[in-house]
Ligand binder design. Structure first.
Ligand SMILES: [Zn+2]
Length: 48
């Protein structure tokens, strides 16, 4: 998986780029919204 370098946006969702509810656990670095989509694919069922 490629990691894009935005300079200042290193702490943003790597899918949509938002900073809202960024989940950086497990090295995911995705926002809560995107996690709902990628989470199940990664084996996560629910995440609050
Ligand atoms: Zn996102």
């Amino acid at each position: 998986m490629a990691v894009k370098k935005y300079g200042k946006a290193t702490k943003a969702c790597r899918i949509c780029g938002t900073h809202d509810r960024l989940i950086k656990k497990y090295g995911l670095y995705v926002c809560g919204r995107c996690f709902r989509e990628v989470g199940p694919k990664l084996g996560f069922k629910k995440y609050n």
